[in-house]
Design a protein around this ligand. Structure first.
Ligand code: ZN
Ligand code: ZN
Length: 357
């Protein structure tokens, strides 16, 4: 964990935005910049200072996990402790993560500003830390690869144990139990097991529906190791695949492999998306691919970059993201295949290894 390096990059971004300090409240950003993984606290970062403000429950943990930070023990609401902290900094333009602050916190901030007068001005900022998180350090790549390995083996496991007659919930639990026993922390998102017509819903929740022979089953899972997630999907078929399944599956797989083969460093998320979308449109299923091609994965299971029809995010070395085309046919079902890839030195490398039938 290169905290000084991360802080250096953040300070450059702050200078570009002309802010003197930033109050970081988004949990993954807080963890990324400090190493502290407690569930409450704020970072106050200036060109010189790095302060981690948290309450008595977390001060000891904060001291252990964030040695690069001065630990400030908070008492009461933000309105009670922030003015004292901010007054140490003199006249400042304070950035705050507008997208990650509660309404109550926003009101407190406004009250603080009213009291501080001209010494303190607030600047809403969004997306200052997230682009830094998109480029992974070697140690992060190692953790993500470990989380991918656990999900890979869980997919192999489910292929062995899933039978017609089990409910979606039973299959989801078998996967979750397996991943926890293989060392996963609590899973980063609810496992998707969607059978038959349910698989036409990209974000179906596992239900009491009994899985039958002769229908697709979309399984989308992630493990978590030391905070880092994986995100993989396979679509299974119990029994001998019918003509529709074969055609849809081959189209999705063809789209995915085309994207992986043609993707280049420097492409936009939109260009990457179009590589797969062209294959699906060609097969006549353009309308049935209703989501973007992929997304970054790291401390959050969904983060930058975005790969989708409107994304101008540039794909750069060090990024790890999913490639997950899908085709969803209401009433019949769906097929999605999701792998995770790493971009490095202009080359794209597939991290996940789960079998694709
Ligand atoms: Zn997924
Ligand atoms: Zn995904």
């Amino acid at each position: 964990m290169n905290i000084p390096g991360r802080l250096k990059k953040l300070r450059q971004a702050m200078a570009e935005k002309e802010i003197d300090a930033i109050l970081v409240s988004q949990p993954e950003n807080r963890r990324y910049l400090s190493g502290f993984d407690g569930s409450a606290g704020f970072l106050l970062i200036t060109p010189r200072d790095a302060i981690l403000a948290t309450d008595f429950r977390y001060t000891e943990q904060a001291g252990n996990q964030a040695p690069d930070y001065e630990i400030f023990r908070t008492v009461g609401d933000m309105a009670d402790w922030l003015p004292a902290l901010a007054s140490r900094l003199g006249e400042i333009r304070l950035g705050f993560e507008a997208g990650h602050i509660t309404f109550a916190q926003n009101r407190q901030l406004s009250a603080i500003i009213a009291k501080a007068g001209s010494r303190l001005s607030l600047v809403p900022v969004n997306g200052l830390v997230e682009p830094l998180r998109a480029i992974k350090e070697p140690e992060e790549i190692e953790l993500i690869t470990g989380a991918v390995d656990v999900a890979d083996s869980a997919l192999a496991h489910v292929e062995r144990v899933m039978r017609a007659g089990m409910t979606e919930k039973e299959v989801a639990w078998a996967i979750e139990k397996f991943m926890r026993e293989k060392g996963s922390q609590p899973v980063p998102f609810e496992i998707i097991v969607a059978s038959g017509p349910n698989s036409a819903l990209p974000h179906a929740r596992p239900s009491a529906r009994v899985i039958q022979d002769g229908e697709p089953v979309v399984i989308d899972i992630g493990a978590r190791l030391d905070g880092y997630s994986s995100d993989l999907t396979r679509t299974f078929y119990l029994g001998a695949p019918d003509v529709t399944f074969k055609k849809v599956y081959d189209t999705v797989l063809g789209a995915q492999l085309a994207a992986i083969a043609l993707l280049k460093e420097g492409m936009s998320g939109e260009e990457a998306d179009s590589l797969a979308r062209a294959v699906i449109e060609e097969a006549g299923y353009g309308e049935a691919f209703g989501h973007g091609l992929g997304h970054g994965v790291g401390l959050a299971p969904h983060e930058l970059p975005r790969l989708g029809p409107k994304s101008q995010d540039r794909l750069a070395g060090g990024m790890i993201f999913t490639i997950e085309p899908g085709i969803y046919l209401p009433g019949w079902g769906g097929v999605r295949i999701e792998d995770m890839v790493a971009m490095g030195d202009g080359e794209i490398r597939t991290i996940s290894k789960a079998r694709k039938t």
